[in-house]
Design a protein around this ligand. Structure first.
Ligand SMILES: Cc1cc2nc3c(=O)[nH]c(=O)nc-3n(C[C@H](O)[C@H](O)[C@H](O)COP(=O)(O)O)c2cc1C
Length: 352
């Protein structure tokens, strides 16, 4: 992997502050390439175990692989203990990653029990040691992604930003829910804004951004240096394209008629073809079928006949059939506005 074309993620944010949030089983090689083409400013792998990296398991190495087009690309690692994390960060650097992101947001019991993920929010001296060792091991930027705190009584994202700054971290991304909240309720953007206002380093806000307009509004009202969008990109794969255009239009960088033209030419079956081509290129048939079904089901959200379509594709056992059913469905949705489904629960669990 060439290291010559590295892009500093903070420089990238100045051009495009909309970042694809890491999502396990979703932001794989194929989806990251697809989302960069759809104008996500920065992409990050799903969380990768630092211990897995130490043992060089093939599955782990696959999770970390990327193409030049994905730059700037961060590899997200998780684990406990400064040494193992420092070594893992060095492997990410040697692979050519633009930055290493550390997961301090994962609420999953298996991860937390070992003291990794969001458990680290309860022990800031240990976090400081881990960060110091990781930063010392590499030349590339190290970023962290956290929850707003362990629980409502111990929210400490503000203290974490100070620790991170002291240890040379490049940015702190905050998912505005506590670990205890899981995925319930709403991300607290007032708290994110409060932390950002006092933070000594760049802060990225995250949680519940479902539309391009919301992305720009959250960015502006929180004062954050960037925002992460996760689940919103699954219902609306154009969210980054549109958010970037809105943001650039606000700054007087693009004319509105250009945006209108681009939108009129959109075609969901071509969009799905593009993603399917990436998936086929990077996955075996079994995984291809699973991914095609998942993405087709998510992209169909809010269009007429979506629930029947989902039932049908999940019953199919043939990859080709799944693909052609999706093509049929998406070629029929062109003239329809996507219904607002923001009130419906959607993927209420994950590693951050
Ligand atoms: C299925 C799923 C998997 C996730 N995996 C990760 C992960 O690997 N690392 C991480 O830091 N966050 C992970 N997250 C959390 C997201 O990055 C993000 O913080 C969260 O979904 C809130 O943002 P959103 O409302 O824009 O989706 C995951 C979330 C979901 C739904």
């Amino acid at each position: 992997m060439s290291k010559a074309n590295k892009i500093h993620p903070l420089e990238a944010l100045k051009q495009n502050p909309f970042v694809l949030a890491p999502m396990a089983g979703i932001t794989d090689h194929a989806f990251r390439t697809f989302m960069r083409k759809k104008k996500a400013g920065v992409v990050v792998t799903e969380l990768v175990s630092a211990h897995g990296i130490e043992y060089k398991s093939q599955r782990t190495l696959d999770l970390m692989s990327f193409d030049e087009i994905q730059r700037p690309i961060g590899i997200q690692i998780f684990g406990e203990g400064p040494e193992v994390m420092a070594k893992a960060a060095k492997v990410c650097e040697d692979m050519g990653a633009d930055f290493v992101d550390i997961n301090f947001g994962c609420p999953v019991p298996k991860v937390v029990k070992k003291g990794a993920g969001s458990a680290m929010l309860k022990d800031l001296p240990a976090m400081a040691k881990l960060l110091a060792a990781t930063v010392a091991a590499v030349k590339i930027p190290v970023t962290i992604k956290i929850r707003s705190g362990w629980d409502a009584n111990t929210r400490n994202a503000d203290e974490v930003t100070k620790v991170a700054h002291n240890e040379g971290i490049t940015w702190v991304a905050i998912h505005g829910r506590t670990r205890a909240a899981g995925y319930s309720g709403q991300a607290d953007w007032d708290y994110i804004a409060e932390v950002k206002a006092k933070a000594p380093l760049p802060v990225l806000g995250n949680g519940d951004i479902l539309t391009a307009r919301q992305a720009v509004e959250r960015l502006n009202s929180s004062g954050c240096d960037g925002v992460l969008i996760g689940r919103g990109a699954l219902k609306n794969p154009y969210i980054f394209t549109d958010a970037l255009e809105l943001w650039q239009a606000e700054k007087g960088l693009v004319a509105e008629q250009v945006q209108g033209k681009e939108r009129a030419g959109r075609n969901f079956s071509v969009l799905f073809q593009d993603l399917a081509a990436e998936i086929v290129a990077h996955c075996d048939d079994h995984i291809t079928q699973i991914q095609l079904k998942k993405f087709a089901a998510w992209f169909a959200t809010g269009y007429p006949g979506a629930s029947q379509f989902r039932k049908s594709i999940f019953q199919s056992k043939e990859t080709k059939e799944v693909y052609s059913m999706a093509q049929d469905f998406f070629s029929g949705v062109g003239g329809f506005e996507q219904e607002d489904t923001s009130h419906e629960a959607f993927l209420m669990g994950g590693h951050g």
